[in-house]
Design a protein around this ligand. Sequence first.
Ligand code: AMP
Length: 434
Amino acid sequence: MILTEFMSLGLSGDLLKAVAENGYDKPTPIQEKAIPLILEGRDLMGLAQTGTGKTAAFGLPLIDQLMADAQAVQPKGTRALILAPTRELVNQIAKSLISFLKQTPLRVTSVVGGVSINAQIKRLSRGTDILVATPGRLLDLVDRKAVDLGTASYLVLDEADQMLDLGFIHALRRISGLVRQERQTLLFSATMPKQISELAQSYLRNPERVEVSPAGRTADKVTQSVHFMDRKAKGDFLLEQLQASPQDMSLVFCRTKHGAERLMRKLSHSGVAAGSIHGNKSQNQRDRAIRDLRDGSINVLVATDVAARGIDIPGVSHVYNFELPEVAEAYVHRIGRTARAGAAGEAVALCAPEEIGLFRQIEKLIGIDIPVASGEVPPMSAAASRGSRGGQNRSSKQPSKKSFRKRSQGGDNDNRASAKPSRRRRNNNRKSAA
Ligand code: AMP
């Protein structure tokens, strides 16, 4: 295979081989834009839809630079640090990187919570070239003096918006202070709430901004629809849909762990091969559920947002929003689980009258009217009079602070982060802008 387009981005020969082995014949738009800039050593703020090839967009040039700058790995050290919000995403990034590293002597190590820390301490003792981590577990390891982040010259923040949603802002601040100040920083986010632009200003030095589609826009290849119905009718409706096309591979999103578990049981009892993935599941159970969906042992995975974030399962044909997310941006992430790498996919939302406020917020964010497939569109006033979770309709111009916090986990932190970047970072920015 002649990889002319990848070659023209400036990647070295070994990496081109790895790219070919992965079956990529031409770069995706984010790769085309980001790779040359990263190879030049620029800080980067990458705004890309989910499933657009972000991992290779930062992974390939990162590996290329680590190869070119053949430095020894320090005990407990890492030459590059990649942070991601969830265990699944960390594992997935590490897996992709390993597939690119086959032709190189570089080593990748990943650390996540929910599994033994001792094994991780042992693995880190000899140092690594690339460390992929969730912020919480990384700081545990820092506190145990198992890792020295002062050796890292590259910092990647992936799915930065979700890290903020999960309340990781303090962890990110602390980690950023531990990584070498002379470094290259890359920040990727699928959506661009105001807090992320502000975070970028305090973490990046004179960054290039790369965008492959407008903020909050959904993947082009996803066909979206909404069915309006009562909350109680949703379970049977979903069951009918799933039973009508058993060949589909579906992800079903619920708002709560208990809701997800209940729905999974209902589907299983009715003969649908379903599994679930949420915060009450152990890491092994989560990995197992993803494996089962990948290998076809189940064809429906019921998930909550936190657990499903960032997972990449090729072949997901349908994403059902069984319950609409509390934060509109999560809708973009959810439906980004289908139509990955150019395939087509369907996103089906089930909307109860009390969710109409959330639904309108989603439409506003993605900038399109989602086609109505069935049911009566409930009036906005219905949602308001039912007291739908505090000021979430279009007419409420100024949601109270309390309702905002309730909606956005870690929203407090987000606000603080955006209002007050640390003085040291502000000074650094000034220096680098000069
Ligand atoms: P990501 O957005 O990094 O999660 O990537 C989404 C999916 O796209 C993964 O399954 C990748 O293996 C795949 N992918 C990434 N880059 C390319 C490419 N240039 N050509 C084909 N598939 C790709």
